[in-house]
Design a protein around this ligand. Structure first.
Ligand code: NAD
Length: 425
């Protein structure tokens, strides 16, 4: 039995939570005096598992499993998305909540880490059924969430409409207008300008900064992007607008290659019509596996977790990987790539643009005063570049990877807050 695992998790089946624990163990030797508080990071503060029963359109009833985990709230209320996916499980939600603690602390946002999810395949249910699932889940969370308690946001398969239903349900139960209970809302309901593009824009900033610090040019740089959804498409378009050549794109349908640079207007139009980038005019279709061999300078995984593994890492030609997706690189692949001299900008930095603008949304909701898109983007760049600079310098000073440097900075901030608060009672 692993002593650092809560008893409700089987030590043989810890999944993503086990990966997170090994990342914490790796950072331990760098934490100096804070090492004695490390156990704090290995135990989520609060876990809620709820039954979500709804009436289906055909009149029968169905039950779904819902989760919300608050990993750490020493630095502020919990913050993190809610995902709808058939594979959602406690270990996954615990790990994602912990990575939100790290991401929020690394960006120095006044939030702790949280995450939620419902074990459901949303493709199998009508919009009305998904609304009932969302509203019942939100009601079951009750006082577990709130503008000063824990603030959910969209994640995989949830969007601005789901956030509008969550906000409305919470507000009805409170009998008060409480826009700040969730972020990622429609702009008409207290959402922020720029939220939709924020994660891709952050990936762009992270890529540009990394290249600049390595003395490389964005102009003419060859980039391969896995995922042409919200994150991948925005990042690709910004990189292309600043001179990069997007030489390969991959999505759930396969991959395409064009060494002279894919015309993203054509790819976007083809994707809109066909549902995939595959078949895009003037591009060569390649297999999903061949995508990893693409000759390129920068690789941006922006699709799913566990995409770069021990099986494909050795074939990667890029010297820079910028993780747009959450957890795209396995620990084994991470080690191989480090040995190969590849610079990896970790997910908790590269894709932090979304939570930074979520923070702006929360602030704007409290003030009931809304900023222009230019103001949002300038502040996003300011926060991301400041955080990136601190992480880069620490990595250089100590000769450690950017991922370890990020964990050192984040864990120190969390544990310092923990120490200052003291132990209640
Ligand atoms: P999305 O659903 O808009 O796009 C996902 C893309 O991945 C699609 O192009 C899809 O075709 C592709 N894809 C799915 N399965 C694939 C497969 N097997 N192989 C190759 N491609 C595949 O999602 P998104 O919002 O762009 O999120 C992408 C990643 O970024 C996720 O890991 C998400 O957790 C992370 N992320 C998103 C945000 C955000 O604000 N949207 C913030 C932080 C992190």
């Amino acid at each position: 039995m692993n002593a650092s695992l809560p008893s409700y998790l089987n030590s043989e089946d810890v999944g993503p939570w086990g990966n997170y624990l090994s990342q914490v163990d790796r950072v331990a030797p760098h934490l100096g005096d804070f090492q004695h508080l490390l156990e704090t990071l290995k135990r989520p503060r609060r876990i809620l598992v709820v039954d979500v029963p709804i009436r289906l359109d055909n009149g029968t009833m169905a039950h779904f499993e819902g989760y919300r985990v608050q990993h750490n709230t020493s630095r502020g209320p919990g913050k993190g998305g809610v995902r709808f996916h058939p594979d959602v499980c406690l270990s996954e939600v615990m790990a994602l909540s912990a990575w939100m603690s790290i991401k929020n602390a690394a960006m120095n946002l006044p939030f702790g880490g949280a995450k939620g999810g419902i074990r459901i395949d949303p493709k199998l249910y009508s919009r009305a059924e998904l609304e009932r699932v969302t509203r019942r889940y939100t009601s079951e969370l009750g006082g577990f969430i709130g503008p000063q308690v824990d603030i959910p946001a969209p994640d995989v398969n949830t969007d601005a409409q789901v956030m509008a239903w969550m906000m409305d349900t919470y507000a009805m139960n409170q009998g008060a207008n409480t826009t700040g209970v969730v972020t990622g809302k429609p702009v008409e309901l207290g959402g922020s300008q720029g939220r939709k593009e924020a994660t891709g824009m952050g990936v762009f900033f992270a890529t540009r900064e990394t290249l600049t610090r390595q003395g490389l040019q964005l102009d003419g740089c060859r980039v391969a992007v896995q995922g042409f959804g919200n994150v991948g498409s925005v990042a690709a378009k910004l990189l292309q607008a600043h001179g990069a050549l997007i030489v390969a794109l991959a999505d759930h349908g396969g991959a395409i290659y064009q060494p002279n640079g894919i015309d993203l207007d054509v790819a976007t139009e083809h994707h809109r019509a066909a549902g995939s980038v595959v078949g895009c005019p003037q591009c060569e279709a390649i297999s999903a596996d061949a995508f990893w061999n693409t000759p390129c300078d920068v690789l941006i995984p922006a699709a799913l977790e566990n995409q770069i593994t021990e099986h494909n890492a050795m074939r990667i030609q890029a010297k820079v990987i910028v993780e747009g997706a959450n957890g795209p690189t396995t620990t084994g692949a991470d080690d191989l790539l480090e040995d190969m001299g590849v610079t990896i900008v970790p997910d908790v930095v590269a894709n932090a643009g979304g939570v930074i603008v979520s923070y702006f949304e929360w602030v704007q909701d409290f003030a009931s005063y809304f900023w222009t898109e230019d103001e949002v983007n300038q502040r996003l760049e300011h926060i991301m570049l400041g955080a990136f600079d601190a992480i880069w310098r620490l990595a250089q000073e100590r000769g450690i990877s950017l991922r370890t440097a990020t964990f050192v900075i984040a864990c120190e901030r969390i544990l310092r807050a923990r120490q200052l608060r003291g132990l209640y009672p």
